[in-house]
Each structure stands twice: as C-alpha cells, then as structure tokens.
Design a protein around this ligand. Structure first.
Ligand SMILES: [Zn+2]
Length: 505
C-alpha cells in the first residue's frame, strides 16, 4: 500500500529550531513505521521560498531572492541528517518544475470559473505574508503572532471564490470526522467555516518574487497557494523521468503545527476541490513545545533563561535519539506541553539509561557470563508472553492515527515489564544451581526476546539505538513481524554493546 506523509515546507527566512525538528521527526516516525510494515512510503519535506519577506531581506543584503533562498535552504537541508530523518525528497518552491506545475493547477482553477479580479483592501502582516480578518487583528492593528503593526494594503488582485466552497467544506467535515485531528483542531477549523467564508486574495501585483499568474503575468500567486501546492507538485518531479502522482496522491498525512491550521484545513481542501484534485486523507495538527523556567512556569524561548532546551546542544551532548525520544515522550503529540532541560535530564537518566540501556546491558552481560554469549534456544516464558500479546497490533493501530506518544507509551510499558521480570526471575540466583539450568535458559531467552521485540518497535523513534542493540543481539531484522515476542529463533550469538546512553562528560 502507498503511504505518503508530509511536513509543512519551512519558510526559508527562519532559522531551524526545535519546532521544525519536532514536526519533521514526527513525520519520520510515521514513515519509518510504515516501511517496517512493508508499505510503499514517500516522505516529503522542504522549503517555502517565495513571498515578500524573502524579497525584502535579499534587497537589504544586495543579493537576488534566489541567492538568499539558496543560502537559507541549505540550513534546513543540513538539519535533516542531524535529526536523522529519512525523507525521500526535499522540495524547494523556487524549483522551476514546481512553478510549472503550480501554473497548470491554477490554470485549471481559473478555467473552472473559481477566480475573478477585484480590489482588495485590508490589514496585512508582512511577516505572516497574510491579510488578517477582523478576528485576527490584535490591539492597535498589530499582528497577534508577530506583535508588529499591520500595513493597510490596497491593490488589484485575483480572488479565489472561497465562499462557494463553504457548503462543500461543511459536507467534507460531516463526512470525514477524522479529516483533521485532534478533535479540538477539527472543531476549530469547522467553526471557522461555519463563521462564513469570504473570498480570498489569490495573487499580488506589488511583488515579483513568486510564481507568475499564467493568465495575467503582471501578478504572482499569493505565496500560500504556491506553498500549499508543494504537496501535490513534488510528486511530479521528485524522481527523474517518473511521475509519482498517481502512485502516492492523495497524501495519507499532512503533519503541521496549529499556527497554520486555517490554510491547511480550510483553504487547501477548497483549492483542491476547485482544481478537481482528490483531497488528502488526514491532517494531523500538533501543538507547541513550550519552554519552562526554573519555577516550572511556561515561557517563551529565550536563551537568557538558562533552562531552555536547545535541541542542538542536546543532540551534541546526548545524541539525536535522546532528543527524538524525549520530545514525543514528554508531550502528547497533538497537545501543547512544556519541555525543559530538567525533565529532559530526568527522562534521560531514569528511562533511557536505566530502564532501557541498563536492561539491555545487564541481559547481554548475563548471556555472556552464563551461556557463553549464545542466546539459549529455549521456549519463551509462558508467564511473560501474554504481556506482549497484541502489542504490535496496538502500536500499528495507534500510529495509523498518528498517536505517536500513546504508541511509545505502550512500548515503554513493556520495557518496564521486562525490568520487573528481571527482578522476579532473578537469573543471577538461578545461575548458582545447575538444577535450574532449564529455567535460566527460558529466562535469558525471554529477556533477549523481549528486548528485541521492543527494540524493533522503537526503531522509528530511536533508529541509531535500535540498530546498535539489534546488532548486539545478533538479529537485525527490522520488519514489523519481527516485533512479535517469540517470533525469532533463539541461538544467536550476542556481540559487544557500546554504552547506549552514557553519562555526559
Ligand atoms: Zn504576523
């Protein structure tokens, strides 16, 4: 089955930060999990490069917008290996192949009668690259997101007849209650639609850094339309000489932050309907990772506070897997939640180093000491097996709904179960009496098998750790069937396990 997952494309003027890493890792977890299931996966991320802010900064620096975009896109390209994501393509909207495809689609919207020329006047935030509706204007005509004064803009524009899609969008939301998740975001988008949709500006004539309107070359498309279309256009040129559109469209998941809900949950489906393109299956809206100060009070990111979680510093000191794990363990994906260096440190030590890392190193050490480094080819323990029954199905079902944190929690319950099992079965005592040899075989085999099963399931979250640990267990099979407890034969030779979560120097 095809599985297509996307992140938003990131605005090229921003510097990559924790928020970008968070969204992209979330998409990566889903992509890796689907590959384990043997699905045909395509995972897209990229950069949004048009619009006034890029043109303005380039002008200030005396370079062309394209030069600025080239330079800044590189920072997002550099982030990908750092956070160890497995994207299949990186789209840049300044790519001429993207532009051509945008023009094709928009020409269809035009020919279908969904655009008209009119005069637009309104309050515009240059940083959002968006006109604000009455409800979105903060005190003193400022942008509620950027807290800067809005500009009063008036220009002749092409308009998109969004208003005619009010009923089709209501029908969509009624027919597909999981089109937008979580439910709170679905309700928010639906409330926006129910509030009445006004036609929206589709083009700008004052700037030239964008995709030219094919039927009126003095205009470029409003950057949002060109950007949203990346999800569709990328498939037509991501592989040389091959068009992947029929294979992967419609997308299974668009993953995005709640600040761009309206564009994705209202404008985007309306645009696709206008162009006769099938709608994506689901949009998953995640919340914000909020920083907490030393007193636990949530605060904005600020380096001077000292307790701010700097993702680059965390990866440098603790490794990428620790960051990937923590972000999805600490805060429920889809919700807002606090992150801090303090709670990172607690989870690193108590969960990653003790519950998981120590469990693995103790088990391997016992197999080496008591059984010459060979996992006994015994049956798995019948008292432990029921605790693993159905786990693979549960995790798959949760990840089908992008419930990334809940799936991780189910896996971690088994990590904790294995820790209790070590204490209950006390292999070091069994080892003292040869009469217990068969019992010890069962215990060591069950521990190795349990660790292997959870590690296969943890691969999407912590790919490097999983690779090291599976190699040390002598069985590197990553397919999801291998995550069944007792699925693989015993008898493999265990190897050296480097410290998975060492104490930082
Ligand atoms: Zn703004």
């Amino acid at each position: 089955m095809p599985f297509y997952v996307t992140t938003p494309i990131y605005y090229v003027n921003a510097a990559p930060h924790l928020g970008h890493a968070y969204t992209t890792i979330g998409a990566d977890i889903l992509a890796r999990h689907q590959r384990q299931r043997g699905e045909d996966v395509f995972f897209l991320t990229g950069t949004d490069e048009h619009g006034e802010p890029v043109a303005q900064v380039a002008e200030r620096e005396g370079i062309s917008p394209k030069e600025l975009a080239d330079r800044n896109a590189q920072r997002f390209l550099d982030l990908l290996p750092q956070i160890n994501v497995s994207n299949d393509f990186f789209i840049r909207t300044s790519d001429p192949r993207h532009k051509r495809r945008v023009q094709e689609v928009m020409q269809r919207v035009h020919d279908n009668g969904h655009v008209y020329k009119g005069l637009y006047e309104g309050w515009y935030c240059p940083k959002c690259a968006d006109f604000k509706t009455e409800a979105e204007i903060a005190e003193g005509n400022t942008c509620p997101i950027h807290r800067i004064p809005l500009d009063r803009e008036r220009e002749e524009n092409w308009f998109f007849r969004l208003s005619t899609f009010e009923q089709p969008l209501k029908d969509l939301y009624a027919e597909r209650p999981d089109f937008v998740t979580p439910r709170s975001r679905y309700n928010e988008a639906l409330a926006f639609i129910n509030g009445g949709l006004q036609d929206i500006s589709l083009s700008r004539s004052k700037i030239s850094w964008g995709v030219e309107v094919p039927w009126d070359p003095g205009h470029v498309f409003y950057v949002w339309f060109d950007a949203l279309l990346n999800y569709y256009t990328a498939l037509s040129f991501a592989r040389d000489g091959e068009d992947l559109t029929d294979r992967f469209w419609p997308a299974n998941f668009h993953i995005l932050g709640k600040d761009i809900l309206k564009f994705h949950a209202v404008f985007w489906p309306a645009m696709l309907l206008a162009a006769d393109i099938p709608l994506p299956r689901r949009e998953l809206i995640h919340g914000y990772l909020l920083m907490r100060d030393a007193e636990g009070v949530e605060t904005k990111m600020s380096k001077s506070l000292g307790n701010v979680l700097d993702p680059f510093a965390v990866m440098e000191t603790f490794g990428t897997d620790a960051l990937r794990y923590y972000c999805f363990r600490e805060v429920g994906f889809g919700q807002d939640g606090g992150v801090s260096t303090a709670t990172f440190g607690e989870r690193y030590e108590s969960e990653l180093a003790n519950e998981y890392g120590n469990l693995a190193s103790r088990t391997l050490a016992m197999i080496t000491r008591y059984r010459g480094g060979i996992v006994p080819d015994a049956d798995v323990d019948a008292t432990l097996a029921p605790d693993f029954e159905g786990l693979v199905g549960e995790v798959s079902e949760l990840l089908d709904r992008a419930e990334i944190t809940q799936a991780l929690d189910r896996i971690w319950q088994r990590v904790r179960r294995l820790n209790r099992y070590v204490e209950e079965s006390a292999p070091w005592q069994l080892a003292r009496d040869e009469a217990n040899a068969a019992r010890l075989d069962v215990t060591l085999r069950s521990l190795a098998e349990g660790i292997r099963a959870v590690t296969v399931l943890l691969h999407p979250y912590m790919p490097e750790t999983a690779a090291k640990l599976l190699a040390a267990l002598g069985d590197e099979e990553l397919g999801l069937d291998a995550a069944e407890f007792g699925a693989r034969p015993g008898g493999s030779a265990v190897g050296e396990l480097p410290p998975l979560f060492p104490k930082p120097q």
